[in-house]
Write a new protein. Structure first.
Ligand code: PMP
Length: 439
């Protein structure tokens, strides 16, 4: 069993669904959301007597809440190597909101810049840039890995027009970790800045933005609390204070101003001016509590434990007939704990439904909010794309995704392996039993 099994809540909880026959469930869907740490929920209960709004109250509770809230910025800053004098650590709802905010902020700085995104992004690091900038996409190879050559070529051919390169730290589909520091150096040589979408990277291993004078430093970093053992509702955007000083906040209101009259507005300095209204104080405290716990385990330990799970799962799946694996085995040492696969002859939704309903194993299937990447990996043609646009009832191609957290175990993977053997050997049975349109 995992030495970290008891760190999270809900692992042995009875599933309250009428059609579920399992009392316990195995959760291999951690790339979507991890369960919260037990200690995080306890910390929230312990904090609850001090529950009060921050920054504006003279009362003891408000002062105490403010202290904890502001201390959370310091905890996060030292966790990922930010510089509190240079950077703003802004609390938002999630990664998606953080990227949207940055895409608005940067418009004030560069009206007609080029943004280079990649062909392996989550929609949240693709759609916010469209229709605001000229966006081009760095290619991936047939295994889905980023082409450094294409990045270099695009940086040369767009030249000074490139304002930002925005790239995922680790893919939520294949798990590949991008060489963010090497990329940062290249991007800086061309006078541009780098945003790293850290939603999948930050929870799974050590991340350091590096000092701002270092040629390989990361300019902007975003991530979400709910993928790192804290509850929903908190995202983090980190970037140079100057980025947020250049333009008025995109949301205005309480908490954003130093002085207002009918004729004047003086905005507060960032981060406050970018956190309009009463913030998610409990969510921020939960995130800093989860970070303290992760640090006590050690991020290098998190990485090596999860990598051992991933290797074991990869080896096990390789021996199952009809299983198609999409990622490159020789690159498992630079992937986070994700394995995408299919069983030949069975739609991904049937495999995921059978795993859930008959074996109590939760996985994710489909396109994982990264449709262009899946289209590339599954060789979906432009003509096929047209058909999917026209007819939303067509079953979409996709994959099944396993994603592990530190509380998962080799034993659980062995249960999954048996289940997949069974499904693979009895494909006809499952084809009869499950109707894709009804799943
Ligand atoms: N980027 C990546 C790589 C992700 O995996 C996700 C979540 N699946 C997001 C962005 C969006 O995160 P959130 O839903 O917390 O905004």
């Amino acid at each position: 069993l995992s030495p970290y099994k008891d760190f999270v809540v809900g692992v042995d909880t009875k599933v309250p669904l009428a059609d579920q026959t399992f009392t316990t469930a195995i959760n291999f869907d951690n790339a979507a959301t991890t369960p919260p740490f037990d200690c995080v929920m306890n910390d929230l209960v312990e904090f609850s007597p001090w529950y009060s709004s921050i920054h504006r109250g003279a009362g003891y509770k408000s002062q105490y809440s403010t202290k904890l809230y502001e201390e959370s910025r310091k905890i996060i800053s030292s966790f990922i190597g930010a510089d509190m004098d240079y950077h703003s650590i802004i609390f938002l709802k999630n990664t998606t909101e953080a990227i949207n905010k940055l895409s608005n902020k940067l418009l004030a700085l560069h009206k007609d810049g080029v943004v280079l995104s990649t062909c392996m992004e989550h929609h949240s690091n693709d759609l916010p840039w469209r229709n605001k900038y000229t966006v081009d996409y760095i290619a991936v190879d047939k295994y889905g890995e980023l082409s450094m050559e294409d990045l270099k070529n695009k940086l040369i051919s767009y030249g000074k027009k490139v304002q930002l390169v925005t790239i995922t730290g680790a893919s939520n589909v294949t798990g590949y970790i991008n060489p963010i520091h090497e990329i940062a150096e290249l991007v800086h040589q061309h006078g541009a800045k780098l945003l790293v979408d850290g939603a999948q990277l930050v929870p799974h291993g050590p991340v350091n933005m590096k000092p701002v004078e270092h040629p390989q430093h990361i300019d902007y970093l975003v991530f979400s609390a709910h993928k790192m053992y804290a509850p929903f509702g908190t995202g983090v955007l980190i970037g140079p204070k100057d980025t947020f000083r250049e333009s008025p906040p995109d949301y205005t209101g309480g908490g954003t101003v130093q002085f207002v009259s009918h004729d004047h507005i003086k905005w507060l300095d960032p981060p406050e001016r970018e956190e309009a209204g009463t913030p998610n104080i409990m969510g921020v405290l939960a995130l800093s509590s989860a970070i303290k716990k992760l640090l006590s385990i050690g991020m290098a330990q998190v990485e090596s434990y999860e990598r051992a799970l991933t290797r074991h799962a990869y080896e096990s799946l390789s021996n199952i007939p009809n299983v198609e694996l999409y990622t490159n085995k020789s690159h498992l040492h630079r992937t986070i704990s994700i394995i995408p696969f299919n069983i030949k002859g069975l739609h991904h939704s049937i495999v995921a439904a059978a795993l859930s309903k008959e074996f109590g194993i939760a996985v994710r299937n489909g396109c994982f909010c990264a449709q262009p990447y899946l289209q590339r990996l599954l060789n979906v043609s432009a003509e096929d794309s047209e058909e999917y646009m026209k007819d939303p009832t067509l079953p979409m191609p996709g994959m099944v995704r396993l994603s592990f957290g530190i509380y998962n175990s080799i034993e659980e993977i062995n249960i999954l392996t048996k289940a997949l053997f069974h499904i693979s050997r009895n494909r006809d049975l499952y084809l009869q039993k499950y109707n894709i349109q009804e799943i």
